[in-house]
Design a protein around this ligand. Structure first.
Ligand code: NOJ
Length: 558
């Protein structure tokens, strides 16, 4: 098997805005991250993925880039960024940043020129974006070119009066999509990427990577995702970046690309191809939707967690990448709810279910990506007011729910259960006002449970979620579990989550009850050869009965 530095690393995703404020403005920043490097090192993390740090009007918290070469004033300066690299490298840690290539902010100078026919550089930049003339109905009224729907809920088209055209934005209207067919545009982006590589970043997470190519015939359709997602030509663009920049610089590059088939996944992240090193896919992220809910449809409709689907997805991706590529393992990122609220129980069984989720994921082979706050079991937000929410997506969707006939309360509950803001509230460091995140009111409210769920408290409790996390991460490293092979037991069972992971020297058996009902299991015959290594409650290693969310890890030397 091939060996790369990133196969044995443990990645931790820092949502910059919410991790640690250092200058008292209520917004997380780069110096805040530096001040927590020792904490992260102690947890067992060695690579940080930092969410977008670029200059931005923050319509989508930095995924709307205004200047790719400038650090956002909210987050610090380029000197702070260099310092972060330096401080991380001194500790043998790596930094990977978010690379946003599908769109810019509408305040980016390219777009300012593109939309204005009187701008001296209009000619050059107009074609950096994707424009279409209006259609007209039989009464001559202006219509959008297609009915394609944006990932954030509204239409993908925004009218620009100055040119009498619509521009395409598959995310918010302040995020116009770039035209990847334009070679000059591609060259400009490549220069920018090289600039960050020369500065010393160790890799990238490539945002929205499967959306770079669009169907330029603009056929109608609703929602029309197939016309701007995963079109074959986007691989050509990624291959170009891989060949010219990613591969020659020994970087770790992780592509965000949902919905990939086996073949496509290997094209992205196979050892023999030149696009990415790893893939972020989402198959396991929404296995609990309720398709009959018409008030808050799609991902917003909460249903029963389909445990079988999670296991099948993990098994599938392990199988896709074994020998031919490399897998990531993660529960969620800044786009999904907090895992303990989503698939566990953040009330009665908070501690137990958070540990169950820890054991069921982090013994799996591959490279783990821990999301900030997961190590202490941070939960979904408890916001009661609509304007406590901050995400651009929340507001279009709230209006949609109301138009569907939902009551304010139903809409608010959907936001508290499913919105991206759930994963974005400030890190809970201690029980002081603002949870040690900042000494002034944070940009979005701290979760009300910070006095009981916080780092300081868990550092001091031997049996805390944090200390179990640390032990699991140490175990991964000690026994090189990243390189193991996995075998699921009873994969179609709707409640158990049982698997064996083996390396040349050791085997771990993870047995878990994924639900809030008791479960009687048949233990594998070989159980006698194993010793109980970890459990999330006092238990008898041989008991067949599993309490709600009970999970045990057994170990044996080979
Ligand atoms: C995916 C990112 O994870 C998400 O947060 C963002 O809104 C979109 N891409 C657009 O950049």
């Amino acid at each position: 098997m091939k060996k790369f530095w990133w196969q044995d690393t443990i990645i931790y995703q820092v949502y910059l805005r919410s991790f640690q404020d250092s200058n008292g403005d209520g917004i997380g920043d780069l110096n805040g991250v530096i001040s927590r490097l020792d904490y992260l090192k102690d947890l067992g993390v060695d690579t940080l993925w930092i969410s977008p740090h670029y200059d931005s009007p923050m319509d989508d918290n930095g995924y709307d880039v205004r200047d790719f070469y400038k650090v956002s004033e909210d987050y610090g300066t380029i000197e702070d960024f260099k310092n972060l690299l330096n401080e991380a490298h001194k500790r043998n840690m790596k930094i990977i940043t978010d690379l946003v290539l599908n769109h810019t902010s509408d305040e980016h100078p390219w777009f300012e020129a593109a939309k204005d026919p009187n701008h001296p550089e209009h000619e050059k930049y107009h074609d950096f974006y994707i424009w279409q003339p209006p259609k007209h109905d039989k009464n001559g009224r202006r219509m959008m070119p297609t009915r394609w729907k944006s990932w954030f809920g509204g239409p993908v088209w925004q009218y620009n009066e100055a040119t009498d055209e619509y521009y395409l934005h598959i995310f918010s209207k302040k995020m116009p999509d770039l035209n990847w067919r334009n070679k000059t545009m591609r060259e400009e982006l490549k220069t920018m990427i090289k600039w960050w590589v020369d500065l010393g970043v160790d890799g990238f997470r490539v945002d929205a990577s499967n959306h770079l190519e669009k169907n330029w015939d603009f056929p109608d359709g609703h929602p029309g995702y197939e016309h701007f997602s995963s079109l074959p030509k986007h691989h050509e663009y990624l291959e170009e970046l891989g060949r010219e920049i990613f591969r020659p610089n020994n970087l770790l590059v992780i592509g965000e690309a949902g919905g990939a088939s086996r073949e496509e996944a290997l094209q992205y992240a196979g050892f023999d191809t030149t696009e990415f090193d790893m893939l972020i896919q989402f198959e396991h992220c929404w296995v609990d939707t309720d398709d009959d809910n018409e008030l808050t449809p799609g991902k917003w409709a909460k249903g029963t967690v389909d445990v079988t689907k999670i296991k099948q997805s993990f098994n599938h991706w392990h199988d896709v990448f074994k020998e031919n590529g490399w897998n990531t393992v993660y529960w969620h990122n800044h786009d999904q709810p907090r895992i303990v609220s989503h698939y566990g129980d953040d009330a009665q069984y908070h501690n137990r279910s958070a540990k169950m989720l820890l054991y069921t994921l982090y013994f799996l082979p591959g490279t783990p990506i821990v999301y900030f706050g997961e190590e202490i079991g941070m939960t979904n937000v408890d916001y009661q007011k609509l304007d406590d929410f901050k995400d651009v997506e929340v507001f279009t969707e709230y209006d949609n729910f109301m138009n569907n006939g939902a009551s304010h309360e139903v809409a608010m509950q959907a936001l508290r259960d499913r919105s991206r803001d759930n994963a974005r509230s400030p890190m809970q460091w201690n029980d002081s006002k603002y949870a040690g995140f900042s000494n002034s009111a944070p940009w979005m409210p701290v979760n009300g449970n910070y006095e009981t769920i916080n780092v300081q408290r868990q550092l001091n409790e031997k049996d805390s979620i944090f200390n179990h996390f640390k032990k699991v991460l140490q175990t991964r490293k000690k026994d090189a579990l990243a390189h193991g092979t996995v075998e699921f037991y009873d994969i179609d069972h709707p409640q158990s989550f049982n698997y064996k992971v083996s390396t040349d020297n050791v085997e771990y058996l993870v047995l878990a009850n994924f639900k809030d009902q008791k479960l009687t299991m048949e233990l594998p015959e070989s159980i006698a050869a194993y010793k109980l290594y970890l459990s999330n409650m006092k238990t008898d290693a041989n008991a067949l009965e599993f309490e709600p969310y009970e999970a045990r890890v057994y170990r044996r030397k080979k």
